[in-house]
Design a binder for this molecule. Structure first.
Ligand SMILES: [Fe+2]
Ligand SMILES: [Fe+2]
Length: 217
């Protein structure tokens, strides 16, 4: 990322903002990993505005910090984050075109959002964010989430897929079967799909081994 004082201050502002985050799946560490994922993808897309993608990665989940879990706003954290990011970027007097590209990517990055990625910058942010749900990190995040729900370590495929979310059967394996294994087909760029395929292979092997050690299937 650009190392000018403006950008350093923005980075510190985001870090301070996330000090209030209580969710290990979407904290400042997640932001840092998404920034890293963006760097993996950017060399394959020289046509993209790299500065906008980097800024969007840094700011993409700032709307999550104050999002009430019980009654999230209709636009979700993406819309709230886009508004806040616009304010912060305008305070820094960054070029309006850069602000627009960054803010749009943030508004369109949500997996279940109504707004879908349109530009290459939107697509790169979306893919960089979803890559953090795969591989070893994806597994670790799934177990963190399942732990918060009080779910089991592992269960059988039928138990997993036939159970409601937020139940004791809402295991990391359920998250993998219901959502994570479908992420690669939702990705937009070839480079992200290639990274995703390699990370998926590791997850498949992990769940195979987990089933073996627990002798559930
Ligand atoms: Fe997000
Ligand atoms: Fe995210």
């Amino acid at each position: 990322m650009n190392s000018s004082p403006k950008y350093r201050e923005l980075f510190r502002r985001v870090e301070r903002h996330f000090s209030r985050a209580s969710d290990g799946c979407h904290d400042f560490d997640h932001t840092l990993r998404v920034m890293r994922n963006a760097e993996l993808l950017l060399p394959s897309h020289p046509e993209a505005d790299a500065e906008a993608v980097r800024l969007a990665a840094l700011l993409h989940d700032i709307g999550r910090v104050d999002e009430p879990h019980a009654s999230p706003s209709p636009g979700g954290h993406a819309e709230a984050g886009a508004k806040l990011a616009k304010m912060w970027l305008e305070e820094l007097r960054l070029p309006p075109a850069l602000v627009t590209k960054t803010v749009n990517a943030i508004a369109r990055h949500r997996y279940r959002g109504e707004l879908t990625p349109q530009t290459i910058e939107d697509k790169l942010l979306f893919d960089a964010d979803k890559l953090d749900s795969l591989g070893a990190v994806g597994l670790a995040r799934s177990f963190l989430f399942a732990g918060k729900l009080g779910a089991r370590v592992h269960n059988r495929r039928e138990e997993a897929v036939n159970s409601p979310p937020f139940s004791r059967e809402d295991t990391a394996y359920r998250e993998y079967l219901v959502k994570l294994r479908h992420l690669p087909e939702r990705m937009f760029t070839d480079r992200a799909r290639a990274v995703a395929a390699e990370r998926m292979k590791f997850m498949e092997e992990f769940f195979h081994r987990l089933a073996e050690e627990t002798s559930l299937e």
